[in-house]
Write a protein that binds this ligand. Structure first.
Ligand code: PEP
Length: 251
């Protein structure tokens, strides 16, 4: 039985005062004991989040990590070991904004995934197709290739200590959500892709859906058999809305 997870990606948002407010709001939420909850603040706000959320059992992750796991001469980067030391337990790898806007290539993502696991962090690998891909009926090929690049380089077994987030690029920050059926279809295909290499790993891995999830549509998405929770962007910046999404996962 897979535990559901709801994770909030704060992206490049937050000031010292707005983050303090958000953390206060999160601390006052009722979270279900059956759902793992996590937030991904900017590096600047990781320590505050770790301190504030420890008592309510909300995990903290980073939005990015260096390609090498330990410290060294890599100006501007943050090592996985430093994130671990700061209290992070997870890290996002391959968010579409990093793939598309920052041009992160598969080789870089694989190195980041490996570095994260070497330091004991759980990578959350983000995959998803663009609208153009979907319209050209390339969704399964694109998502499959994104998964294969990690599995070919590191082996399918790495997914026994990782999470996958399916985030159709056309649904991120647009207000357009995949229907539960559309999302389930891709989640099922992701699990099948992993199962072709290792059925046990495929059954155990958590597959989160991301793309304009809000309290109003969360329950219908989370009800689908291969959707094990959500990766939430915009709605995660509002503590009450995020809390309601987490409760939808627990109901
Ligand atoms: C995201 O950026 O991971 C995301 C899912 O954003 P939003 O919920 O705002 O679409």
């Amino acid at each position: 039985m897979r535990r559901l997870m709801v994770a909030g990606n704060w992206k490049m948002n937050g000031t010292r005062s707005s983050v303090a407010e958000l953390l206060k709001g999160l601390k006052s939420q009722e979270f279900s004991a059956t759902v793992d909850v996590a937030v991904f603040p900017t590096f600047l706000h990781v320590s505050e989040a770790v301190e504030a959320l420890r008592e309510v059992g909300v995990a903290v992750g980073a939005q990015n990590v260096a390609t090498q796991s330990g410290p060294g001469a890599l100006t501007g980067e943050v090592a996985a070991s430093q994130l671990k030391d700061a209290g992070c337990s997870l890290v996002l790898i391959g968010h579409s904004e990093r793939r598309q806007i920052l041009g992160e290539a598969e080789g870089v993502l694989v190195a980041k995934f490996k570095a994260a696991q070497e330091a004991g962090l759980v990578p959350v690998l983000c995959v998803g197709e663009t609208l153009e891909d979907r319209e050209a009926e390339r969704t399964f090929d694109v998502v499959g290739a994104q998964l294969d690049s990690v599995m070919d380089a590191l082996g399918v077994e790495v997914f026994s200590q990782a999470v996958i987030a399916y985030e159709p690029v056309w649904a991120i920050g647009t207000g357009l959500t995949a229907t539960p059926e559309q999302a389930q279809e891709v989640h099922h295909a992701i699990r099948a892709r992993l199962a072709a290499r290792n059925a046990e790993v495929a059954q155990g891995v958590r597959l989160l859906y991301g793309g304009s999830v809000k309290a109003a549509n969360a329950a219908d998405l989370f009800r689908m058999p291969d959707i094990d929770g959500g990766l939430i962007g915009g709605a995660a910046l509002n503590a009450d809305e995020f809390g309601a999404i987490c409760r939808a996962a627990g109901s």
